[in-house]
Ligand binder design. Sequence first.
Ligand SMILES: C[S@@+](CC[C@H](N)C(=O)[O-])C[C@H]1O[C@@H](n2cnc3c(N)ncnc32)[C@H](O)[C@@H]1O
Length: 192
Amino acid sequence: MSTIAYVKNILKDPNIASITPTSKSGVREVCSKMNLNQRVVIIEYGPATGVFTNYLLERITDNSLIVAVELNETFAGILENNIQDKRLKIHKDSAENIDQIMDQYDQKADYVISGIPFSLFTPQLRDNIVKKTKDVLNSGGKFLPYQTFFQKDRHLKDHLTKHFSSVQDGYFFRNIPPMRLYEAVKGEGKYF
Ligand SMILES: C[S@@+](CC[C@H](N)C(=O)[O-])C[C@H]1O[C@@H](n2cnc3c(N)ncnc32)[C@H](O)[C@@H]1O
């Protein structure tokens, strides 16, 4: 179902940038960098049909919050129709507006996960999103973008290094296509 929705949608919207959702093992790998045993605020950029969202809703505490920001109207509608959970707030919007979106919640995030395609964005948009992401995180919070393996440093890593105090990256091969994973920490870490 999800792959069909992706294929139909990508023909109309190149920003989807993938024809299939992230694999279960890819989702587990990204989420293993979060501590979900306490209340957390998670922002998710580009949830599409919710492969990460559903995984996280099964694991976060009852008082945690996920703020999902999806630019594609069809995907945002699918998410709204398929997931009814008071811990999930869905915004049909762009990640570049995350500062205004988070003003509504009056709290900062512990984690931001992101599958949005930085390589398709202009350098200015990449930098805006990375800077605003740092600003909406708590000190010690993490930005965890997952991208396709062929991504160049100038597409994302250089911007992460500019704005975050610690940046690590690596490759994950149990996904088609393989992924490039990043872990950018704001200030002193209190999580791991
Ligand atoms: C490669 S898909 C990832 C989908 C899903 N998270 C997964 O792991 O399978 C990228 C998603 O990002 C969304 N997207 C692209 N640009 C965006 C932006 N500026 N703000 C929010 N979502 C965006 C697309 O509509 C699409 O749903």
